[in-house]
Design a protein around this ligand. Structure first.
Ligand code: FMN
Length: 186
């Protein structure tokens, strides 16, 4: 009997805290989400800084089949990423749970540049969601290449959302570099 009661209390408090956080998301006016894909952690670091600076929620696009260092070998024309980037129709499967975009009006969407473009898994993501009424802000990291046509590709594949010009950020960009960029968008 005692343990039954304890269990009920625990369950109630879990439910209450879930409801509180859901309510907080809409009532606090936090309507910003950072979505990112990162194979080796560079874009992840930038995404986390953007989320910290803006107070946004954050969502990671994870590949159902994780990219290994062999997959990422761009010196090998037969590696998984070389083959994917050579075929614009490839759509690698996403392994992370789907996310509801309800309540978000601004999404920062980040990725590494692969062969001058967005990784194909980004196309999988944007084709799976409806961004109607949402301002989409692409950002990327790279070894030096610019955004190229990746931002336009994503907008075209998405077919919805108000897409801003993308920004290439250095993997070592400081919090103030990132703040300056965000402020320049206003
Ligand atoms: C398959 C592959 C292709 C890449 N192609 C480019 C490229 O065309 N231009 C460039 O500047 N960097 C290129 N890079 C480097 C990445 O864009 C860079 O290291 C990025 O910051 C990695 O981000 P991540 O750690 O979030 O995955 C490539 C990396 C990989 C693995």
């Amino acid at each position: 009997m005692t343990s039954d009661n304890t269990e009920t209390v625990v369950n109630d408090s879990e439910t209450a805290s879930k409801q509180e956080s859901e309510t907080a998301n809409t009532e606090s006016g936090n309507h910003i989400l950072v979505v990112y894909f990162s194979a080796t952690g560079t874009t992840k670091g930038i995404a986390e800084t953007i989320a910290a600076v803006t107070g946004a929620d954050i969502y990671e696009i994870k590949a159902a089949q994780e990219y290994t260092s062999v997959d990422l070998d761009y010196g090998d024309s037969n590696s998984r990423t070389s083959k994917e980037q050579n075929d614009s129709s490839v759509r690698p499967e996403i392994g992370s749970e789907t996310i509801s975009l309800d309540g978000y009006d601004t999404i920062y969407i980040g990725y590494p540049i692969w062969w001058g473009e967005e990784p194909r898994i980004m196309d999988t993501f944007v084709e799976n969601y409806d961004f109607d009424g949402i301002t989409m802000i692409p950002f990327c990291t790279s070894g030096g290449s610019g955004v190229g046509r990746s931002d336009k590709n994503l907008a075209d594949h998405a077919g919805s959302g108000n897409w801003l010009k993308g920004e290439r950020l250095s993997g070592s960009a400081s919090e103030s570099d990132i703040e300056n960029w965000i402020n320049s968008l206003k």
